[in-house]
Design a protein around this ligand. Structure first.
Ligand code: SF4
Length: 218
């Protein structure tokens, strides 16, 4: 069962890396590899560095994200990358907009790419999905204001499965939301919920990690 899941996921990632459905994208797909996991992290889209380095969250936003997860879940970047499956709303770099920022993927590109995520949910049967950033959160639940969803846990239906969803804000330095009230406290609340989730606890115990909140209970 586990090995057929691994085989299916390997085949899936091989096919994903060959995808060229969106002609306006400026890179080929980026994948974190066929990591069989009960936890899927869904980013927005790679920036210009990720296709070069061939891994998601490879630059400054990633450093912040991995610091958050290490502080609250006790997992190093290497442990996160080797135990959590990395997905994204779009897997290719969309290019820059006229203002110099990263272009937000268009609705047709998001639609094209959503089937990859559906397949990943069908293969992995995850217990927990962590969408990172408003665009990723919006693929699962309505997100008009981050303060309405960060710090909360939801049960959503995706690819004919019920999955827990704990959203995080985007760790990019472009928005100060997570550094100032109420974002700072809501972010900490969301990370505590992630650390306490049963799927995350199984994953950290396999990694031999004691989370900050677990240490308090010892
Ligand atoms: S964004 Fe997604 S659907 Fe579009 S080409 Fe890249 S991998 Fe394929």
């Amino acid at each position: 069962m586990a090995s057929s899941r691994q085989t299916n996921l390997r085949r899936h990632v091989t096919a994903l890396l060959k995808c060229r459905r969106c002609p306006r994208m400026r890179s080929t797909p980026v994948s974190g590899g066929p990591i069989v996991s009960e936890v899927i992290l869904v980013g927005q889209a790679p920036g210009p560095r990720e296709p070069v380095l061939q891994r998601p969250f490879a630059h400054t936003a990633g450093q912040t994200l991995f610091r958050w997860l290490e502080q609250h879940c006790g997992l190093t970047e290497a442990q996160v990358r080797s135990t959590i499956y990395f997905a994204a709303v779009c897997r290719c770099f969309p290019g820059k907009n006229s203002g110099g920022g990263d272009r937000v993927p268009a609705p047709d590109e998001i639609r094209n790419c959503s089937s990859w995520l559906d397949q990943e949910v069908a293969i992995l049967k995850p217990r927990l999905i962590i969408p990172v950033g408003r665009l990723a959160i919006g693929q699962f639940i309505e997100c008009t204001k981050l303060e309405h969803v960060i710090g909360c846990a939801f049960r959503v239906r995706r690819a004919e499965r019920n999955v827990d969803l704990i959203p995080l804000p985007h760790p990019s330095g472009a928005s100060p939301w997570h550094k100032i009230p109420p974002g700072r406290a809501l972010l900490a609340k969301a990370l505590r919920k992630i650390a306490r989730h049963e799927a995350m606890r199984r994953l950290t115990s396999r990694s031999g990690v004691v989370c900050a909140w677990q240490a308090l209970c010892l």
